[in-house]
Design a protein around this ligand. Structure first.
Ligand code: ATP
Length: 457
């Protein structure tokens, strides 16, 4: 994990927010490669959840809303975590994070570690960030930064119904920021205080909800598998009743095999994404508090009902972390994979074997030698042409030796590298090196666009 955190900083994926001022716990910024990776993840999600379907439409609601939204949703009352404080050093923990508490008590052995009186009673701490709308900071103007995007969908249910010709079952999808004032943050992007979420609220006829719940569980698991997450590292699990959120009729989680979180820092299967059957809880609550009837008229049965909702929900950062961990690999170039073109760097190879659709840079173009003008000119022309045609991120690199350039692209997950060499000047071909196999093939320059359109589709 430390290696991934270091790679993220070194290569510009993720930076600690406000680092020059000492940083803020649980708040991270995306660097140039991180924003590209996040955009690719969001693009894949949006494509599979909205664009390729006929039954889901998109929405982008605001971060701030009327405070009654949070009263209706139950977040004001119930979006809390149990908090305990160590009486010795006043550090605060989530009371249900037993392992962290155990570890912490070991740091105060003289005070009788583990004794009940070393800790305060459990208090319920609301995770919503408060703020004020307008210049007057009083209770009437108090509101909250949204802790989930879902409520923005429920409060627009009527607007969507009246403005688009959707018929149940249908879904509303949204990607946007959420904020949770977590008691403790940990493990890099895993538990943070500000994060982007990708959420779908899928509205169904009551009685069909169990079927759709099963459908979305499978659909979401397959999304990760199709984007390259290893089968052995991901699984579905149903949560026991006592662990589900206040609104839920049933929750399943997609668990990832994180390299942290287990006893003594061992790996641990834990939540990557939640899939919840929210029932009709939210629409009924908003109907009660707003006085508006949030229901659906079914033309077939000529009956009106409040739909049930199935919700897959995942944090973009948590997904980034899973994709980075899963694709990270270290290889020894002196072993069988070492190819002639990699000679010269003499270092171990770190590779992010990201699915090409997620790779921040899709193709890198190199002149074999930067000081040979005809090579540099031809490489530059290929780069310009590809950039225009593929409309994705293409890199140009002429620094250092060729082996180092390959390794530098491997480390950030670039699936293909093109090298223009002396043969290129004679027969208009280039080499294309595959990141995972390190094998090269020669391809005619005029065929490059077709080649990449095929490989990157
Ligand atoms: P936990 O029990 O771990 O606090 P949760 O069950 O409250 O999480 P959900 O409300 O189901 O989480 O949130 C949906 C998704 O949003 C999670 O599956 C996760 O991907 C992401 N998420 C939730 N909280 C955080 C956080 N603090 N930091 C990063 N991602 C988060």
């Amino acid at each position: 994990m430390e290696k991934i955190v270091a790679l993220c900083k070194r290569r510009g994926f993720i930076f600690q927010n406000s680092e020059i001022y000492g940083g803020v716990n649980g708040i991270w910024d995306l660097g140039p490669l991180g924003v590209a990776l996040a955009n690719n993840i969001k693009k894949q999600w949006w494509e599979s959840m909205v664009l390729l379907r006929d039954d889901v439409i998109g929405l982008d609601s605001s971060i701030l809303s009327h405070p009654r939204v949070w009263e209706a949703s139950g977040h004001l009352r119930s979006f809390t975590d149990p908090l305990v404080e160590c009486k010795i050093c006043h550090e605060r923990f989530r009371a249900d994070h037993k392992k962290e508490i155990e570890e912490h008590t070991k740091t105060h052995p003289s005070a009788g570690s583990g004794q009940a009186d070393a800790w305060t009673d459990v208090k319920h701490f609301n995770l919503m960030f408060k703020t004020f709308v307008g210049p007057i900071e009083d209770d009437r103007n108090k509101t909250y930064l949204r802790p989930e995007t879902a409520q923005g969908i429920f409060i627009n249910f009527e607007n969507v119904l009246s403005s688009s010709r959707v018929k149940i079952p249908f879904g509303i999808a949204q990607i946007g920021k959420g904020f949770r004032n977590e008691i403790t943050t940990s493990n890099f992007l895993f538990r943070v205080r500000e994060f982007e979420m990708m959420e779908l609220e899928f509205f169904v006829k009551p009685g069909t909800d169990s079927k759709w719940f099963e459908y979305w569980k499978k659909e979401r698991l397959n999304w990760y598998l199709n984007l390259g997450i290893k089968k052995e590292n991901i699984k579905l699990t149903n949560l026991p009743k006592e662990d589900v959120a206040h609104y839920s009729k049933g929750t399943s989680e997609i668990w990832y095999n994180w390299p942290f979180g287990g006893a003594q820092g061992k790996p641990w299967f834990g939540e990557l994404e939640g899939v919840a059957n929210r029932g009709d809880y939210d629409l009924i609550q908003h109907s009660k508090l707003s006085g508006r009837e949030l229901s659906y008229y079914d033309e077939e049965s000529k009956k009106r009902y409040v739909p049930y909702v199935v919700e897959p929900s995942v944090g973009v950062g948590r997904a980034i972390l899973a994709f980075l961990i899963d694709s990270y690999s270290e290889e020894n170039p002196s072993a069988s994979i070492r190819q002639a073109q990699d000679k010269g760097s003499g270092q171990d190879r770190v590779v992010l074997k990201l699915h090409p659709k997620l790779s921040p840079i899709k193709v890198a173009v190199f002149p074999l030698l930067s000081n040979k003008l005809p090579l540099a000119k031809m490489a530059r022309a290929i780069y310009d042409n590809l950039k225009k045609s593929i409309k994705d991120s293409i890199a140009f690199d002429e620094r250092g030796n060729i082996g180092k350039r390959y390794y530098s692209q491997d480390e950030i997950g670039t699936p293909f590298c093109i090298t223009v060499d002396f043969q290129s000047l004679e027969d208009d071909t280039v080499t294309i090196r595959d990141r995972d196999t390190t094998k090269q093939e020669r391809v005619k320059v005029k065929n490059l666009i077709n080649y990449f359109n095929d490989k990157l589709k």
